[in-house]
Each structure stands twice: as structure tokens, then as C-alpha cells.
Design a protein around this ligand. Structure first.
Ligand code: NIG
Ligand code: FE
Length: 407
């Protein structure tokens, strides 16, 4: 069925940003059309332009009048850990009172704390808690969400978590696009002498099983001192490539362990965090198709310094921003809030900001057919009840998104 949204105050098409592959953007790359109309069917955008120029073939179709609204490419949160049990609010307080994230983790808190919380829930309970979280995230206008497994941390529970994500993907398919990322390599449980044994007993065999079931969209690993090293990361990437599953990594968060370089060398979809990435890593990303995903909420939440966003952008890297929503290092599920607060600190221009949470975050998930409002791309939009785009990030923390369902 062909649909028409007419009289939008603005459509932020990001067409120019799309043509520039999301790199080296200037404010004009938002490619705004004022008083605009868009025509689309279930699969693709058929026409977009000023309302006055609507081709006659579409003028008889009953249109939704969206005057007083702005349409953007769909908001994409490309990095979340939504499947978890329990809560780590006390760790936030401990940090305020002087403890450090790594020290808390070493004392039995951190990811291993959530492992216990996750293992104490049934598959149905994990599904239901995640379902509610996704509904809330979707209410902010986010239409695509990447979800990582990684709090089960044993063969059976990780298998179950990947299947819970698959159930959520099917449950939400008409409303929210879910990307299922396998991240059993999130932390090494205490019973394993090192990451090597955990890799060979759990991470690699389970990837084989899930690879054969074809339910995984990407794999990820916490490539960090005290977690998984470069050899583990390369092993995981090599196995994923046998199943044609794209790869991602959490890298250079606490140290410059050359994780960005390894990710770029393996054509990873993205490498994320990057607080300590050196000039060589930034250069490697700029020359690659790997998206540099920055997670400012984590720095805010942990009281850590932020990634050097400007250096990645100026070098020509493709930069995305994601929430990193998880129970420990960033318990904030609102991507637009996090990105709006971060933008002045990162010194982003307005096109860099919007590309980071739409076009480039879609590319970080291998979704090359969305991220701009352009003929032939998927009709994946977010709509805000404002008359100009500036108002959305200006009013940070206020939810101005409206649901397009049932319009
Ligand atoms: O992306 N860095 C690794 N994983 C999460 C932290 C998860 C946790 O603390 O529970 C992150 O920040
Ligand atoms: Fe993460």
C-alpha cells in the first residue's frame, strides 16, 4: 500500500550525509526540505520533496497531514545489553563514594554480578523484562535496536539468551527491528583459569551451534585487559567468518590495546568505546569501513573521560553514538538524551550529531538501506512533534517523538 505523509514542517533527509558515507560532514549535509512530503510503500521510499512538487500520480492518495512535525531517518541504537537480570544500583553509589568500576568488578561486582542475576531468571522472565525495556526504548522514537547476549556466561544460559533475543526479534518484527549480537565473550567466569579455557569450552563451540542455526546477526567481544586478548578476538572473528557473521568489538576502553586496529583489519562493522584509542587506531578506522561507535553515557555514568570524538571525525572516520544501555556501566536507555548531552562536549556539528544516531549507527549494524530519506531506501523514519529539527536536541531529556503506528 502506498502511503503519503504530507506538510511536514521539515524532513531531515540526510541525503548529502548518505552520499558522503557519513564522513566529514558539514551542517548542510542534514539536507533539510521545508514543508515537505514523503511517499512510500512497505519496502521503500518512492518520492520525497517539497509538498508543492508532489507528482500528480500521488496527489489522489489520502495523505496523513503532519504539519507541525519533523521527520528524520529512524533513530538506531546500535549498542545495547538489554538482556539481563537484577540491578546494580548499589555499584553506582559505591562509585560515588570513591570505588572504581574495575575495583568493583574485581571484588565480585560488575558483569559477574549481573551473570548471577541473569542465571536466576527463566527464559520467559528474561523475555518479559526485556520486552518492557524495548517498549520504553521504542517510545523515544528508536526503531532499530541492537541487543547483545553476554550475561549468561555459561553454554546453556548464553544459548538461551541468544534465543530470547530471537524471540524478541520475532515478537517486535512489525514495529521494531532487532539485531541479535552474540557476546558470550563478555567476561571470563571465575571457574576458568583464563580466557583461553572459556573461549574453547563455551564461546567458540556455542558460536558454531548458533552459526548452524542462523539466528545470529553479529558477534562481539570485550577486547580488553583482564577480559579477552587479541588472540581470543582474532579466533572469534575467524570462526564468525566461516559462518559469514559480521563482527564487532568493545575496544580500547581502559587501555590502548590496539583493539581498533584489529577491528579495522578484520572489516568489523564497528568497534565501540574507544576512550584510549591512539593516533594509529584512529587512522586505521578512518581508512576502513568500520564505524567508530562512541558511548558517551558510559563515561558520564562511570565518571570517566570521554573519547576524542573530534579526532575520529577530523580524520574521516565514520562515527556513531549508541547508548550502551546495560545494568552496570550505563543504566540509561535514552539514546537521544545521551547524544544531545554529549554533542557539545564532543564538539559535533548538527549533521554529525544526527548522522551518528541514524545513518552511521545503521551502518554499524550492516543496515545499508536505511539512514537517509531518499528514494529507494527503506521507509524507516522517526517523527517529532516540533516545527524545526533544532528543537529536538535543544529540549534534551524531553520525549518529543510521536508514534507513527496507526497514523
Ligand atoms: O559495554 N564493556 C563491557 N560491557 C559493558 C559493561 C557491562 C557491565 O558493566 O555490566 C559495556 O560498558
Ligand atoms: Fe557494551
Amino acid at each position: 500500500m502506498v502511503q503519503v505523509y504530507k506538510n511536514l514542517s521539515q524532513i531531515v533527509t540526510l541525503t548529502k550525509a548518505f552520499e558522503k558515507d557519513g564522513r566529514k560532514l558539514v551542517p548542510e549535509d542534514l539536507s533539510i526540505i521545508n514543508n515537505a512530503t514523503v511517499v512510500f510503500d512497505k519496502n521503500e521510499i518512492l518520492w520525497v520533496g517539497p509538498s508543492d512538487n508532489l507528482p500528480s500520480e500521488y496527489s489522489e492518495i489520502e495523505a496523513k497531514d503532519l504539519s507541525g512535525h519533523v521527520l528524520t531517518p529512524e533513530l538506531v541504537d546500535s549498542h545495547t545489553h538489554v538482556i539481563f537480570g537484577g540491578n546494580r544500583s548499589e555499584e553506582y553509589t559505591m562509585r560515588l563514594n570513591g570505588a572504581d568500576y574495575v575495583a568493583i568488578a574485581n571484588a565480585g561486582g560488575g558483569i559477574l554480578n549481573t551473570m548471577n542475576g541473569t542465571n536466576s531468571l527463566s527464559s520467559d522472565e528474561l523475555f518479559e523484562q526485556a520486552r518492557q525495556r524495548i517498549e520504553r526504548i521504542h517510545s523515544y522514537g528508536i526503531g532499530t535496536i541492537e541487543i547483545k547476549s553476554g550475561y549468561g556466561l555459561n553454554f546453556d544460559k548464553e544459548y538461551e539468551c541468544s534465543h530470547v533475543i530471537n524471540r524478541l526479534k520475532i515478537h517486535f518484527e512489525d514495529r521494531v527491528q532487532i539485531i541479535n549480537t552474540y557476546m558470550a565473550a563478555h567476561a571470563v567466569p571465575k571457574q576458568y583459569p583464563s580466557s583461553k579455557e572459556y573461549m574453547s569450552e563455551v564461546v567458540l563451540p556455542l558460536l558454531k551451534k548458533l552459526g548452524e542455526e542462523s539466528i545470529i546477526d553479529a558477534v562481539d567481544i570485550f577486547h580488553e585487559q583482564g577480559y579477552f586478548d587479541s588472540e581470543d578476538t582474532q579466533q572469534l572473528f575467524d570462526l564468525a567468518s566461516i559462518y559469514n557473521i559480521p563482527v564487532k568489538s568493545h575496544a580500547d576502553e581502559f587501555n590502548d590495546n590496539k583493539g581498533a586496529i584489529l577491528a579495522a583489519k578484520n572489516n568489523a562493522l564497528s568497534t565501540d568505546h574507544l576512550l584510549c584509542t591512539g593516533a594509529d587506531g584512529i587512522e586505521a578506522l578512518a581508512k576502513s569501513s568500520t564505524v567508530a561507535t562512541l558511548l558517551p553515557g558510559t563515561g558520564f555514568f562511570l565518571g570517566k573521560p570521554q573519547a576524542k570524538a573530534r579526532q575520529f571525525l577530523d580524520a574521516g572516520a565514520k562515527v556513531a553514538i549508541a547508548s550502551d544501555y546495560n545494568p552496570g556501566s550505563c543504566h540509561c536507555d535514552n539514546l537521544l538524551l545521551v547524544a544531545s548531552i554529549a554533542a557539545p562536549h564532543y564538539k559535533l556539528n548538527i549533521a554529525e550529531l544526527w548522522a551518528a544516531i541514524t545513518l552511521n549507527s545503521a551502518h554499524a549494524l550492516n543496515l545499508k538501506d536505511q539512514g537517509a530519506i531518499k528514494i529507494g531506501l527503506k521507509p524507516r523514519f522517526t517523527c517529532f512533534k516540533v516545527s524545526k529539527i533544532d528543537e529536538v536536541t535543544y529540549s534534551w531529556g524531553r520525549n518529543l517523538a510521536i508514534s507513527l503506528e496507526g497514523l
